[in-house]
Design a protein around this ligand. Structure first.
Ligand code: ZN
Length: 151
């Protein structure tokens, strides 16, 4: 049994950017000669999710619209209310990066990681399944950990 860990740094381009990282994960599996095992793809962030779904731009727009209805970015969030917030105040230096209550709530609903079986050297994904890093906040550099356990 071997364990290999990789960190992919991804520069997202916009809010609700669906970045397809399937090929990078497959490449890591090939590079490490893993035939059977399990790969975990983990976002190191609280406002960028790792999820599996179909790569189709209409669906991406549908989901962005859905998220806007459920968690509008201009709604009231205690996380954004600097008159009551006392913890993790990175925006005290003038940045507004921490005013992202909607992004955190959405991330909690979506999740941080996915696990995919590796069978015969390939990801056991269904025909339409792809692995995405999804930007739920303003675009920036994101780190995704890919850990492969297998032989
Ligand atoms: Zn925040």
């Amino acid at each position: 049994m071997k364990v290999h860990s990789h960190v992919f740094t991804i520069e997202t381009k916009k809010h609700m950017d669906f970045v397809d990282i399937t090929d990078a994960v497959e490449k890591a599996i090939r590079k490490n000669h893993i035939t059977n095992g399990l790969v975990t793809i983990f976002s190191k962030h609280t406002t960028a999710a790792v999820r599996i779904n179909e790569r189709e731009s209409g669906f991406f727009d549908d989901f962005a619209e859905f998220a806007k209805k459920v968690l509008p970015c201009n709604g009231y969030y205690r996380h954004n209310d600097l008159t009551i917030r006392t913890e993790n105040l990175v925006c005290s230096q003038g940045a507004t990066d921490c005013l992202n209550g909607h992004s955190h709530c959405l991330h909690l609903l979506m999740g941080t990681s996915e696990s995919v079986p590796v069978i015969d050297g390939k990801l056991a994904l269904g025909m339409w399944q792809r692995i995405f890093l999804i930007e739920l906040d303003a675009p920036r550099k994101r780190d995704v950990v890919c850990q492969i356990i297998g032989e």
